[in-house]
Design a protein around this ligand. Sequence first.
Ligand code: SAM
Ligand code: SF4
Length: 329
Amino acid sequence: MLLDAHNRTIRDLRISLTDRCNFRCFYCLPHGEPSWAKKEKLLSFEELEYLAEIFVSLGIEKIRLTGGEPLIRRDVPVLVEKLSRLKPKLSDIALTTNGYDFARHSEALKAAGLDRVTFSLDTLRRDRFEEITAVDALEKVLDAIETARRLGFDPVKVNAVIVRGRNDDELVEFARFARENEVSFRFIEFMPLDSGHDWSREMVVPGKEIYQKINEVFPLKLIETTRGSGTAWKYEFAAGVKGEIGIIAPVTEMFCGACSRIRLTADGQIRTCLFSTTEHDLRGLLRVGASHAELTDFIKAAVLKKEPSHRINDPAFVQPERTMSFIGG
Ligand code: SAM
Ligand code: SF4
């Protein structure tokens, strides 16, 4: 088991496949041309397979592939197929994507063993979609969500980052979308991980406010009274209505005490928290030929340094250098 110094068991690994993205969501990658990681620094699929086997032997049960936009990497189904060999010890392989390239890879991903998929969708209005992402692709993303449902991915999740003045007038529409399309719609508070460092507390729409606005129109029922090691408060609609709501409130209702995650960046650095200011260079060790045992010890030691909590709400909070697109959301 991977245990940290605060008695948390680490079961979830998020792997960023690339820091690159074909969108420019204003809350993530807004300004100019970022300096992308050099290709030779990215972990190859063979390296990822080898490291994943070590992580799983240490107790990792779930792996989520993310980025940047993970589907920018060529042949992601090949990687999924490699990771699938770690089942059943590895119980879940998931993908977070902006959906742009999902439909054309969907069948291969499913056949390779992908269990779940989460899409990002921050508006249901075409003009606003382009304002938020800088790409006119609402139809493509809606099509991707529909394709995932048709192929039987279950649940299909949709993430929306809610930002004051940008999309907080669509909360009820998002909930309606969840009901009509039978998806799990997850509302995420805006976190200070944007490349423009434009985040401000005033832009955060608190989870409680999101709940109230939806609940006024569509009464919500809490599914579980705790968030467990998950991050979302989960709600269902009235009896007989499908679809689900999740509210993820890392800023106003911190959940670090139950965190079970670590991350591996596209260039092979272990990050023990989204807001870490230090990283652990697993790629460096791997590439100098470290043994299986040395890599195992390195991972265990990194996990022991996992931060007790993020410090967004401390007056002295410093936004990490790396943005969500690099860390892997
Ligand atoms: N490109 C893929 C996508 O957009 O789904 C995967 C990577 S993206 C970084 C993963 C998730 O992080 C997305 O759901 C996105 O909305 C979320 N995200 C990005 N920047 C964020 C921020 N500043 N605050 C909260 N969530 C953020
Ligand atoms: Fe790209 Fe995802 Fe970041 Fe949007 S949220 S810029 S799609 S990595």
